[in-house]
Structure formats: structure tokens, C-alpha cells
Design a protein around this ligand. Structure first.
Ligand code: NAD
Ligand code: LMR
Length: 333
């Protein structure tokens, strides 16, 4: 049997975690032969609720669940973690502007970045889900000067899965018949779900669907899916977000299938002309615990405009919290 790995999860008593933790403990994320230690982190007022979740996890008697520890602070909770799933965040309250949300979360994610830097395993892999996910990932990584920014990603696999699911339903294919979908940019309504490389059963997707449907229905539907779920459920997506976290971490750690492209929010290295220093969703392939941007994709005028729009939104978000970012050091790159 392999040695257990330590997985820290913030927001562990929240809605997403109520699906996520059970999937992790069942071996869906790290593999069916990988025991896990869950280091669950919550705000002090939610610790009682977290104890209830821990009881339920115990009651499932998962063979791969080695230990559960509960923490009301990230400094303890991140100790020696190999993986850190940053799910908890301050939600937008009544009358709160997006810039207020950015600032409040900037403080939370700055502390989490410092705690990862000081207490987590040197090779920790971090996935930020709490919104605004891309900018929170930037803040966390910039506050962890001894970790490489490549150890931080943000969740755009949910958008990727949404695009795949919606295309599958529309075309009558199943999700497994679809490949090459790309989500570019921010996890927000400016994201660009790109089907120019997508295939359905090996044939170009755009030759099998109507361009008007792609432009006028598909793109806005994927971009606004999060809001549509909130309107319909009265709550934001939770089970599908948990599934996407499992998929993104699984592929990052264990690799993508041969020929498969997935979307991940990562620090831009300037690829495709996207300004360096923002977390941007790119097409990637993963192998040996690393991701690599898929190069050489042709970007037509239609796509370029959409890439520019979502890049600009991320630059604007960065400008709002820039004053809270520590200066970049040599060690951070
Ligand atoms: P939730 O409100 O049900 O749970 C969040 C939990 O986080 C709460 O229990 C809260 O006490 C805890 N929390 C808040 N700040 C914390 C901190 N500093 N440390 C530890 N715990 C903290 O919310 P949810 O439905 O689970 O969603 C969590 C986040 O994920 C939200 O920000 C949501 O907008 C975001 N989200 C992102 C995506 C994505 O694709 N990137 C998708 C869905 C939801
Ligand atoms: C989602 O995409 O479902 C969420 O990010 C929406 C939200 O604002 O919580």
C-alpha cells in the first residue's frame, strides 16, 4: 500500500466540500490505490458543522481514508500538505461591489499564500476555487515567494465540463466523444469557450453545428451558466464544481489521456500574447505532475477579440488589488 498523501481543504463545511470530500475519500481524485489524509479547515464559527461532516466521512468507512484532522486556521491546516484545495471564500453580500469582494478575498488569500509558503510541503499543488478564482490564485501565489507560481492553479475545469456537456446534449453525442474544447481566460462571464479545435467523434465540431448557435446560444450559455444555476437553485453550483475539482486535480497529478486537451487557470507566461502575471485559463496537457500549454493553436479574428476582452477583465481585477500584492522577488519566478 502507498503512503498516504495530505490533502488540505478550506471551506470544508460548505456546499462544494459536501460533495468533494466524499469523492476524494472514495479515491476518485488521487486514484483507487492512494490513501489520503484530509486536513479540513473552516472558520471558527463553522467548526461544529465541520465536526458533523467529519462524522459522516467516518461513517462511510472508506478504505482509502487514513485520517481526518480539523482546523480553525490555515497555519495548522496546511501543515505538510501535498495538495491544498482553496474552496472557502467570502461570498458577495448585499450592496457589495465586485471590487469590495476582490479586496476582502485578497486578504484571505494573502494569508493562505503565506501559510502555504511557511507550512505546506515544498512540492504542494494548490487549486483555487473560491471566487474570484483567477485573481485569488494570483494573490495566493504572490504571497508564497518560496513556492513556484507553477504550483498554483485556479478552477476553470467546471467551465470546460459545462461546454462539453452542453455540446454533447446539443449534438446528440456523449461527452466522451468530444475533445479539444478550450476555455480561455477568466472564470467569469468574459471567459471564451472556444470550439475551433473541438472534435465530435474525431470530426471538427464546427462543421457539425450551426455557427449562429455557436455564437448566439452556446457561448453565452457557457459564460453565464454559473448565474443560471444560482437563479434556478437559489444556490451556486456545488456538485458540478466538486466534480470539476476532482477532474482538474486528477489530471494534473496523474496526467491527461493521450491526445486529450483540458483547460486550466495558470499563470500566464505570455503565450498567445496574453500579458504575463495574470492567472488565465489555457489549453494544457498534463504529464508527470506537470502541465504544459498546448502551443501552435491558430487564433482567428473572432477568437482574438474574445481573448482580448477576458484578458482585459483580469488586468482590471489585478489593478484593483495591485496595492495589496507584495513586490515580486527573484525567488518567486
Ligand atoms: P459555501 O458558502 O457553501 O461554503 C464556503 C465555506 O467556506 C463556508 O463554510 C465558510 O465558512 C468557509 N470559509 C469562508 N472563508 C473561509 C476561510 N478564510 N477559511 C476557511 N473557510 C472559509 O460556498 P460553496 O458553494 O462551497 O462555494 C465556495 C466558493 O467557490 C465560493 O467562492 C463560490 O463562488 C466558488 N465557486 C467557484 C467555482 C469555480 O468554478 N471556480 C464554481 C462554484 C463555486
Ligand atoms: C459558478 O460558476 O457556478 C460559480 O462560480 C458561480 C458563483 O458566483 O458562485
Amino acid at each position: 500500500m502507498r503512503r498516504p498523501v495530505r490533502i488540505a481543504v478550506t471551506g470544508a463545511a460548505g456546499a462544494i466540500s459536501y460533495s468533494l470530500l466524499f469523492k476524494i475519500a472514495a479515491g476518485e481524485m488521487m486514484g483507487k490505490d492512494q490513501p489520503v489524509i484530509l486536513q479540513l479547515i473552516e472558520l471558527p464559527h463553522a467548526m461544529e458543522s465541520l465536526r458533523g461532516v467529519a462524522m459522516e466521512l467516518e461513517d462511510c468507512a472508506y478504505p482509502l481514508l487514513h485520517t481526518i484532522t480539523l482546523h480553525d486556521n490555515v497555519e495548522d491546516g496546511f501543515k505538510s500538505a501535498h495538495y491544498a484545495l482553496l474552496v472557502g471564500a467570502r461570498p458577495r453580500g448585499p450592496g457589495m461591489e465586485r471590487s469590495d469582494l476582490l479586496e476582502v478575498n485578497a486578504e484571505i488569500f494573502a494569508r493562505q499564500g503565506r501559510a502555504l509558503n511557511d507550512f505546506a510541503n515544498r512540492d504542494v499543488k494548490v487549486l483555487v476555487t473560491g471566487n474570484p478564482a483567477n485573481t485569488n490564485a494570483l494573490i495566493a501565489s504572490r504571497n508564497a515567494p518560496n513556492l513556484s507560481p507553477s504550483q498554483f492553479t485556479c478552477l476553470t475545469r467546471l467551465d470546460h465540463n459545462r461546454a462539453k456537456g452542453i455540446l454533447a446534449s446539443h449534438s446528440g453525442a456523449t461527452a466522451r466523444d468530444i475533445n479539444g474544447i478550450i476555455i480561455w481566460g477568466n472564470h467569469s462571464p468574459t471567459q471564451y469557450p472556444d470550439l475551433h479545435q473541438a472534435t465530435i467523434l474525431g470530426e471538427p465540431a464546427l462543421s457539425q453545428i450551426d455557427m449562429d448557435w455557436y455564437r448566439d446560444v452556446f457561448i453565452p450559455q457557457v459564460q453565464q451558466r454559473g448565474g443560471a444555476i444560482i437563479d434556478a437553485r437559489g444556490l451556486s453550483s456545488a456538485a458540478s464544481a466538486a466534480q470539476a475539482i476532482v477532474n482538474q486535480m486528477h489530471d494534473w497529478v496523474l496526467g491527461t489521456d493521450p491526445g486529450e486537451i483540458v483547460s486550466m487557470g495558470i499563470l500566464s507566461d505570455g503565450s498567445y500574447g496574453i500579458e504575463k502575471g495574470i492567472f488565465f485559463s489555457f489549453p494544457v496537457r498534463c504529464n508527470y505532475g506537470r502541465y504544459q500549454i498546448v502551443r501552435g493553436i491558430e487564433i482567428n479574428e473572432f477568437s482574438q477579440q474574445r481573448l482580448n476582452d477576458t484578458e482585459q477583465e483580469l488586468l482590471d481585477e489585478k489593478a484593483v488589488i495591485e496595492h495589496l500584492l507584495p513586490k515580486e522577488t527573484e525567488a518567486s519566478h
